[in-house]
Design a protein around this ligand. Sequence first.
Ligand code: NAP
Length: 311
Amino acid sequence: MHDLLQIGPFPTLAQNLIDAEYRCHSRQDLELDENLRSRVQGIITRSNFAVSEEVIASLPRLGIIAICGVGYDLVALDAACRRGVVVTHTPEVLNSAVAELCIGMLLALLRRLPQADRFVRAGAWQRSVFPLASNLAGKRIGIVGLGRIGKEIAHRLEPFGVALSYFGRTDQRLQWRFEPDLHALARTSDVLILAAPGGSATACMVDASVLAELGPDGFLVNVARGSLVDEPALLDALSHRAIAGAALDVFDHEPDIDARWLALDNVVLTPHIGSATDETRLAMARLTLDNLHSFFERGAALTPVDAAMPA
Ligand code: NAP
């Protein structure tokens, strides 16, 4: 049985699968026992936990970092590459769950569903009329990052009768309009949906100037990473109604998010639950384990990250 450093908790069912095949140790276990550190051959973690250069350097026999999740922006990829450590992730198996959440958040944002629920619970229905909201039908939707998840979102949006465009580094020559300029995409969209990776290449790509192009009738949905957005600029734009509203699954400094989010009534907030369904988290855990098996038994992982690509 191989020894692994486990960073971050897993759902019980997934943890049982992991524990049946690997001896998992916490960081605290390793701090107390140096011999244990020299036995660890792999790290198993989730994409919202960091794996630093120091952690990689502290494990002399480390061969693989298996991420349960698709994003790898919090892993010191350069340090792993230099050491010849393989980094794996779980693409594809979470596409549906994240796309479904995105559609749900978009509808909740436009129809103000959380506010309507609070309105009924507070007994306000008997005293007043709930304000009118916005249709999804007819909206111009701009997707930033039309990858595996972005495409699933686009396919699910089509039956709603929207006009779809996308921004990325390449024109994929698809049925949807490619817009090579993010500011132009924001200017010509009613809703911007963020589905690009985190990391230095996309940090704060949605800044005050992009939000200004989106304008007072525009909405933002972020199911990607908090780092894509200049968060103080977004807080400012929302509080001054420089954009109409935002639905956010991801934030800076999760889970200790800025308290100003809680005071805004034009936002829908979820706690980074894009892939958080029983079925999807189990499929992700199985693929994470399959990567570990394949690496330890055959020396090759199934879904390594493309180290040439930005996170
Ligand atoms: P993917 O298939 O790699 O797609 C990423 C897309 O972003 C590609 O279309 C790529 O197109 C574009 N892109 C990459 N770098 C870019 C840049 N610098 N500027 C503009 N566009 C860029 O990834 P995915 O599987 O769809 O996942 C996307 C992200 O979703 C993940 O990285 C993760 O952070 C996030 N995610 C969030 C949750 C959640 O719980 N909320 C769950 C899963 C994933 P080009 O190559 O043409 O630029």
